[in-house]
Design a protein around this ligand. Structure first.
Ligand SMILES: NC(=O)c1ccc[n+]([C@@H]2O[C@H](COP(=O)([O-])OP(=O)(O)OC[C@H]3O[C@@H](n4cnc5c(N)ncnc54)[C@H](O)[C@@H]3O)[C@@H](O)[C@H]2O)c1
Length: 348
């Protein structure tokens, strides 16, 4: 069992252990006096792990209700949240009760948002089952949904009371989603940990996945504990994401996954940093090789002009400028504010 303590406003632990999904009831019982638990999950994960989770919760005496939504980012909207509220209200969930988010990042973000807003906030537990959710989205308390105008435009900061990570669930995760999660894993090495980056280069991440998960959540924990609401250091977690989001937007979030777009974004921004004399020479080559090793693309057909234009509409712009995350070298990152009108010149 590996435990990572997160010292945010409401502190909590992240437990990493093979098979913990089937034991989740015990952990939740220790943390809460709840009578009822609503498990929110998507249609794919429900077939694989829902029964196990429900059995474990019922064994501990919880009254359990399940809420299943159709898998995929298309479901990450306010209609799905409304359906969740109906389930919670019909089940007469009170402020003392608990929501369990069982699934990938879409489930975690939505169940977390339902928990943040139902009855002005109830407790929730994350049981992340995709690599992206295990290394990134289940930690840090960002919850929310997409609007037709863009991704994650409505949401709240709401920390879980625990995160239970079962690396065994990755055995059923399709390869494409594993690669997607690897983009975030590589990002952590780039921004904070050169030794970890080197290990990813030398070894196969799948063979030491518990170490990979623990390292990533520890880095995220450190960053989030110092800057819970993204006013400073937390922005570093967006390395590769400014251009990555721009690429996703150009393709209308179809045909290119988040991880693929972030991989291209990391390579492009690192190359721009090298050209500007900010980033150590050879850094882009290292990131490129590592992305290719994990099946991620390193270039895209969209033009830099299109990317700069799409980035200007990013929700993270501040007036006429945007904070870019740049590397001095692998493991050493910083943010630099750049005027949007200078972005194209910088990345060109
Ligand atoms: N809150 C945050 O800090 C944060 C950070 C990064 C990303 N996100 C969000 O995360 C979402 C992406 O997460 P994701 O890639 O996990 O997407 P997802 O939740 O849609 O999961 C990807 C796919 O894998 C399936 N799946 C999940 N676990 C499985 C398993 N163990 N076995 C088989 N299939 C499984 C799902 O059903 C889905 O089809 C985006 O909406 C993004 O905005 C949030």
């Amino acid at each position: 069992m590996r435990t990572v303590h997160v010292n945010t406003g409401n502190p909590y632990d992240i437990f990493i252990e093979r098979g913990i999904t089937g034991d989740c009831g015990k952990y939740i019982k220790k943390l809460s006096s709840a009578k009822k638990v609503t498990v929110i999950t998507d249609s794919n994960v429900a077939k694989l792990y829902l029964q196990k989770v429900v059995n474990s919760l019922e064994k501990e005496g919880f009254e359990v209700k399940s809420h299943i939504f159709s898998a995929g980012e298309e479901s990450k909207n306010l209609n799905s949240i409304s359906a969740m509220y109906n389930t919670l209200a019909e089940f007469r969930m009170t402020r003392k009760d608990i929501i369990v988010a069982l699934g990938g990042g879409v489930t975690g973000d939505m169940a977390g948002f339902a928990a943040a807003s139902y009855l002005r906030g109830i407790n929730f537990v994350q049981i992340p089952t995709s690599l992206l959710a295990q290394v990134d989205s289940s930690v840090g308390g960002k919850t929310g949904v997409d609007l037709p105008h863009g991704k994650n435009l409505v949401g709240a900061f709401h920390q879980p009371i625990a995160v239970l990570i079962d690396p065994d669930t990755l055995k059923t995760l399709p390869d494409a989603y594993f690669c997607d999660g690897m983009a975030e894993v590589i990002k952590y090495g780039c921004i904070k940990d050169e030794k970890f980056f080197d290990r990813l280069c030398k070894e196969d991440a799948r063979k030491h996945i518990e170490d990979v998960i623990e390292t990533c959540v520890s880095i995220k924990r450190d960053v989030v504990s110092r800057d819970e609401r993204e006013s400073g250091e937390r922005m570093l977690l967006n390395f590769g994401h400014t251009l990555g989001h721009a690429i996703e937007k150009i393709y209308n979030f179809k045909g290119i996954s988040h991880g693929m777009a972030v991989a291209v974004g990391m390579v492009l921004i690192s190359a721009a940093g090298e050209r500007a004399g900010i980033t150590q020479k050879g850094t882009t080559e290292k990131i490129t090789r590592l992305c290719l090793k994990y099946g991620l693309p390193v270039s895209d057909n969209a033009s830099l002009e299109q990317m700069a234009q799409a980035a200007a509409g990013d929700k993270k712009t501040e007036g006429s400028s945007i904070n870019l995350v740049l590397l001095k070298s692998i493991g050493d990152s910083f943010t630099r504010k750049i005027e949007l009108c200078d972005l194209l010149d910088f990345i060109k």
